[in-house]
Ligand binder design. Sequence first.
Ligand code: GRG
Length: 295
Amino acid sequence: MDFQSYRDEKKKLMDEALDKYLPPESEPPEIIHRAMRSALFPGGKRLRPMLTLSAAEAVGADTEKILPTACALELIHTYSLIHDDLPALDNDDERRGRPSCHKAFGEDIAVLAGDALLTLAFDLLSRNGQVEGVKKEEALSIIEEITRAIGTRGMIGGQVDDLKLEDITQPQLESIHRRKTGALMEVCLKAGAVLGGGKPREIEALSRYGQSIGLAFQIVDDILDADDAEKDAAGGKGKTSYPAIFGLEKSKQKATELIKEAKAQLSIFGKKGKVLEEIADLIMDRGSKYEGEVG
Ligand code: GRG
């Protein structure tokens, strides 16, 4: 199967599962369920859950038992986007080519829709121990890892520093990127590897791959936003960026190196690492290869 067909197949699988896990729009209070569904569907690239499924496949597991975790990670990602778009944070009117959640449903409901997606994610994760083929202690360890990755030592901490730190230095910027964007991606890989029954060295390799693509993803995102870099460096929201500190060429070089490092981690998986290799290339090539996709 070629990579595009693989992605289409996985997206369909995840969308069907997400649809099953989410309360129907007709269930009261309707407005919150409509807001949650509108933020999730049609969705973006589904990159994070795809990483989870691909990591599980790289260690030789089938994806069925990993699906609830993969969906939980997409719910967490979507919550972070809804909250990040709020006027108090990034103040974005659009998301995935449509009005952002607060624009469509109001700020009050957007805050609550983000909260509700996060809560539902942990509902799914807490029921993971009952999924056939998932060991209870592994399910618990993944809840712990995800909680850390998205808490104040991970995603939220990175976001706070991005908002509040002044005169950001290069190491601070890297640390912000690693926590704000990288930590969630890394744990997506780790979750797939652990629940898929990976060996310690496989879990380690996939975590390292996750760290590298996570940082590369955010640098590429900065590069795509380079038009705004001057505005950011001048003190706008979102503060500074890789191009603002290093310039475009050096930023591209850094992202290229990180993708190379990520791919080097895949050698132990042989052919089973091929999809993750393609995902790493997609991250580097986001601007062109994702053309025409929402998100
Ligand atoms: C508000 C709790 C909280 C956290 C905010 C990750 C984050 C922290 C905010 C997201 C802000 C943002 C747009 C960062 C740029 C990188 C990024 C996460 C882009 C969106 O990810 P894609 O491109 O989105 O994978 P799709 O739409 O494809 O799912």
